[in-house]
Structures are given as structure tokens and as C-alpha cells.
Design a protein around this ligand. Sequence first.
Ligand code: KIV
Length: 263
Amino acid sequence: MTKKMTISSIKNTKGVRPLVMITAYDALFARLLEPSSDMILVGDSLNMSFAGQADTLSATLEQMLYHTNAVCSGAKNSFVICDMPFGTYSSKEEALKNCIRVFRETPADCVKIEGGADKASIIAHLVSNNIAVCGHIGLLPQSVRSEGGYKVKGKTEKEMLQLIEDARAVEKAGAFCMVVEGVKAEVASEIAACVKIPVIGIGAGSGVDGQVLVFSDMLGLFEEFTPKFVKKYMDGASLVKEAVENYAKEVITREFPQEIHTY
Ligand code: KIV
């Protein structure tokens, strides 16, 4: 995947092929992830995996700007999404002011906003001011404290109808794609079928238009907990620990540095 995706090429994948989205928080990993991904999400999940906090809520706009710039520097050819942190889009005015900062202070291609029908007027306001928006419905990590935990959505008829209403409202408001997180697979497929924009799933089964994973989860680097929906494509934590253990041993035994590492 060498050509940078655009909003139209992303939309045009619907019904043609699944989209590959992955998170990154720095230039180093962004460079490594770029060749195999369509879109890189600078997720506020960085507050947990990068900053070691218990949830995403204390991530700040300043931090998102810093990490988005780092990712954009490492992956110059990627379509980059900046996640708007908790409390930065509570009203239309606040959302526009903060999203303008993202567009002025980083080269991000769009922002991501958590929320469905309740956020539709804010999404529409951003889109009408030339801010491209990726929606995010279903399990909303920024609602973890108000909901008292991470709860899979779409388990009842009422929840299913609400999710479909949310998806339609986000599409109508002008979002060009949306993330659907932590939703029963059959409901997520239904959502993907009832909107024309791509629906990218995380913990939402295989019947959607693409998948997103947090890079530190899928590389097995984040050890605190592993949600059911995560597939670890390598055991990164063990590999890193083994490498550092070998380094430490060689430093202690003076095996490192050798002649080739010496000026
Ligand atoms: O913050 C994040 O990484 C996200 C993904 C889980 C979709 O929002």
C-alpha cells in the first residue's frame, strides 16, 4: 500500500475490499506500520498503552497534537486520524476551535469523534467547516467512567436500534467513515449494511468494512490485559525482554561491546 489514501479512495473501498487501520503514537512505529496499513489512527488509547494510565480520559489535546505530529513525521505517506480527547468536543464551538488547532498545528487528515446521534450536530458543524470526521459508535472508551466499565453493545433489540440510529445519524452528519467498537457481530454487520460509508470494526466481528487494532495489543507488547477481540501477531513483550536480558548479560560479562562496535 504505497499510495496515500484519500477520503474518496477510503469511501470507494466499501464493498470492494476491507480497510486496514492500526494505531500508532510515534514516528518509529508509524514508519514500520505504514507499508501495510491504509490509515493510521493516533488513538487516545495512547493514554493507556503509552502513558500507563487506567483509561483514556486524561489524555490532553496538547498530547494528541504532539503524538499526531510524531506519527505524521514517521508516516508521511499515510492517511492519519487524530483522535479528539475527552472534553474537547462537548459543544459545537469547542469542537471547532479544538479541531482547527489539530488542522493548523499538525498535518492530520481528519479527526475522530466518539458518539452517535447525540454528536451528529457537532459532526455536521465540523464537516461544514472543512474538518473531515471519522465517527466512533458502540462501546465508547471515553464513557467508561459514566457507564461503570467497558460494556459490549448490541445485546438487546433496544441497543441494536439505537446503534443503527447512531450510524445513520453519523453518516447523515457527513462523517466519511466510522469506527464501530465492542458490538455484537451480527449487529455490526447490520450497521455496515445500512450505511454507505465504510464501517471499521474493533471487537465487532468480520462482517464490517475493515478492522482496526491498537498496535501495542496486536504486537503483544501491552501485557496489562488482553481483550477477547485482540489477536497477537507476535509475542512482542517476550521478544523485547529476551533481547534486553541478553544485552544486560553481555554488558556484565564484557562481551559487549566488541571490536566492531568500537571506535
Ligand atoms: O483510541 C483508540 O485507539 C481507538 C481505537 C480503539 C479505535 O479509538
